[in-house]
Structures are given as structure tokens and as C-alpha cells.
Design a protein around this ligand. Structure first.
Ligand SMILES: [Zn+2]
Ligand SMILES: [Zn+2]
Length: 373
């Protein structure tokens, strides 16, 4: 009987003692097993996971074994569960939690900052100075703490976003993706109505970056990439121009279509090694570039071009400054249809197949969702 001390449960949503969960052993080695249902602490809840989407970073984390994307790595236990883009229903409340009720449907952000460091105090909790330090309350579920390829997970209340009944489970998993794009646009200044923007790379963040930028009023919005089917999705999500870089020179095309002076902003979501230099040449003087993806090798950058042209360069990590709440508000108001990037659905026990679809882009897979229930 699940009854951790001080934790509130409800007979209508009985919680078992153990749950089905995927855990990562050695790199690339996922096991489907039973493990204890975790207990929420102060300011935390237990979420029954209803759906979880697969992200490119999940593929990295699973392939490389250590909680990835943390400089220096972290101690790693072999019962750790990856997965970070999930949603579900609140099943238990930690001691003192009255901000949410059992039965509430929520989607989640990845990062709970420590709440006490300088960056957390600025709203930059994805850049928490105590990153990975669970003793200080930091969580990055699916990166440094247990994630969502399981039936239950613990979340800090600051990472919960209530969702409308009309939003499906699968659509709700996309809030954090749209929220990441929203965070990038927030860091670029947020007030982008009437300003020109290029999104580089039609992956999930890039595609929803187009949608969010249009909802914020940016115009014109360009989308560049190599895969025509994905560029066409960008058109459906509101892009004013798409540029297939296998057929035309992106810098030349963007400048020509925008009056020859270049654009105000670039949101770089491709991770291509030449992207930063191309972006620098798409921007006008004083323009701003936000890097939301990265190449795996160091790249040569034409710094002189950036300096001479007063170009601002930002890097974002994840979904800070409550951007997911703004993204969810747009989705709730049907300002764009994120569902267009959800292509495939699998059951929790089929996770390896789901990961293969996402990695190898089988049948043009973009966002693959695993339904836990
Ligand atoms: Zn992700
Ligand atoms: Zn912090």
C-alpha cells in the first residue's frame, strides 16, 4: 500500500507500490522493469504519466548512458529512467502542497531550479547554478532525475502547467517543445510583432518556433531546412517563406525576399556546423541570433562579421522564464495546431520501437508519442 509519510493520496486514484518503468543500464541498454513508485517531498507532487513524447535529446541520453547534456556528467545509477516530455494526472501530493489537487491534468516542464540561486531568482531556472544538486531541490527530470518513460514521476509544483480538458494527452506533450521555442523568442526580446525572423531547422522545436513566432506577430517568418516534407509542415504552421537549402542558397534567398537588408532575428534550431555563420549573414546590423541547437564538434565562427555588424548571440537551455505557460496559452486558444507535428503513437512497452521511429525518421516521423495508458 503506497503511503509515504506526509503524502496525501485519494482512494479514487489508488497508487500502487511499484510501477512499470524503463531504466537505462549501460549506454544504449534499456530495460523494462518494475521499480518503486517514488514519493513526493515538500513542494512536489506525484504525476501519473499518461503520455510522453520522444525528443532528440532522449536519443542522445540513451545512446551515451550518462545523464547527458550536463557538463562534467553526474554520478549515474543504473536504475535511472529517461524521458522528459510527458504529461499526466496528479496522483498524490507532497507534504503541504495545496496548489494542486489529485486528479488535475497537467503537462510538465523539465527543470525545477533550486529556487535560491542567483539565476533561479531571475527566472532562469534552466540555468540553475546548483544544476544536478538534488539535495538543493534541483530536478531536471529525464536528465539528472528520473523521467517519464514510466508510469509515475515526481515533479516540483513549479514545473506543472494545468491543461484544458479539450487538449488531448498527445498534444499536451508538445507544450514543452513549443515552450522551448517560446523561451528562445523571449530571450530575443519577445516583442517581435512586425519583425522579420528566420527559423533554421524544421525539427520539432523549429516547426513550433515558426508557429509561436507567427502567434507573436512576427512577419515575415522564414523557415530553412533540407527536408521538403518538414518544410511543408512549416508552411502549414504559418511560415511566410520556406527555403530548401539543398535547392537554393539560404542566405541569398532570405536577404532577397526581405528587401536586401537581412532579418531582425534568427532562431537556430538545426545544430548544423555552418549554421552560426549563415545566420550571421542572414541578419541585419544589430540583429539577434538565438542558438537553440548545437553541433557535436567545435566550429569555426566568423567573429569579425558578428562584431562589425553588432550582432547579438544568445544560447538557451530548455524552457526558462515560464515560457511553457505562454506556449500553452497559445495552444489553449488554438492559435496554432501543434498536433500537425505528432506523427506516430506507441504503447509504453513498445518504447524501443518508438525510439527507432524517432531516430531513423521512419515513415517521416517527426514527433513520436508513447501512450502510457
Ligand atoms: Zn526535449
Ligand atoms: Zn538555482
Amino acid at each position: 500500500m503506497y503511503a509515504p509519510q506526509g503524502v496525501k493520496t485519494n482512494a479514487n486514484m489508488a497508487v500502487p507500490d511499484t510501477m512499470r518503468a524503463w531504466v537505462l543500464g549501460d549506454p544504449g541498454e534499456l530495460r523494462f522493469t518494475q521499480k518503486p513508485v517514488p514519493a513526493p517531498r515538500r513542494a512536489e507532487v506525484l504525476v501519473r504519466i499518461d503520455a510522453v513524447a520522444i525528443c532528440a535529446t532522449d536519443l542522445e541520453v540513451i545512446a551515451h548512458g550518462t545523464p547527458a547534456l550536463v557538463d562534467g556528467g553526474l554520478p549515474f545509477n543504473k536504475s535511472w529512467t529517461p524521458g522528459h516530455e510527458y504529461m499526466g494526472t496528479i496522483a498524490a501530493l507532497g507534504p503541504g502542497v495545496d496548489e494542486f489537487s489529485i486528479g488535475d491534468r497537467v503537462t510538465v516542464e523539465i527543470h525545477a531550479g533550486c529556487g535560491q540561486c542567483k539565476r533561479c531568482r531571475m527566472g532562469m531556472y534552466t540555468s540553475c547554478l546548483n544544476y544536478g544538486d538534488t539535495r538543493k531541490g534541483h530536478r531536471a527530470n529525464g536528465f539528472t532525475t528520473d523521467g517519464g518513460f514510466a508510469e509515475y514521476a515526481v515533479n516540483n509544483i513549479n514545473t506543472l502547467i494545468p491543461i484544458a480538458d479539450s487538449m488531448s494527452d498527445a498534444e499536451a506533450t508538445l507544450v514543452v517543445t513549443a515552450g522551448t521555442a517560446m523561451y528562445g523568442l523571449t530571450e530575443l526580446g519577445g516583442l517581435i510583432a512586425g519583425e522579420s525572423l528566420v527559423v533554421m531547422g524544421p525539427g520539432p522545436i523549429g516547426l513550433l518556433g515558426v508557429a509561436v513566432a507567427k502567434a507573436l506577430g512576427a512577419a515575415p517568418v522564414f523557415l530553412t531546412g533540407t527536408r521538403q516534407a518538414r518544410l511543408d509542415k512549416g508552411l502549414a504552421l504559418g511560415a511566410d517563406h520556406i527555403v530548401n537549402v539543398t535547392q537554393e542558397d539560404a542566405v541569398e534567398t532570405v536577404r532577397r525576399l526581405n528587401g536586401g537588408k537581412g532579418v531582425d532575428y534568427v532562431l537556430e534550431c538545426s545544430g548544423a556546423s555552418d549554421a552560426i555563420n549563415a545566420a550571421g549573414r542572414m541578419l541585419n546590423r544589430g540583429g539577434k541570433l538565438c542558438l537553440a541547437a548545437f553541433p557535436h564538434e567545435p566550429v569555426l565562427v566568423d567573429v569579425a562579421h558578428l562584431v562589425r555588424n553588432n550582432i547579438y548571440v544568445y544560447g538557451i537551455r530548455g524552457e526558462g522564464r515560464s515560457a511553457t505557460h505562454r506556449a500553452e496559452a497559445f495552444m489553449r486558444a488554438k492559435r496554432f495546431d501543434a498536433r500537425t507535428i505528432h506523427t506516430h503513437t506507441f504503447a509504453l512497452e513498445e518504447l524501443p520501437q518508438a525510439l527507432r521511429y524517432a531516430r531513423d525518421r521512419i515513415e517521416d516521423a517527426i514527433k513520436v508519442v508513447v501512450k502510457t495508458r
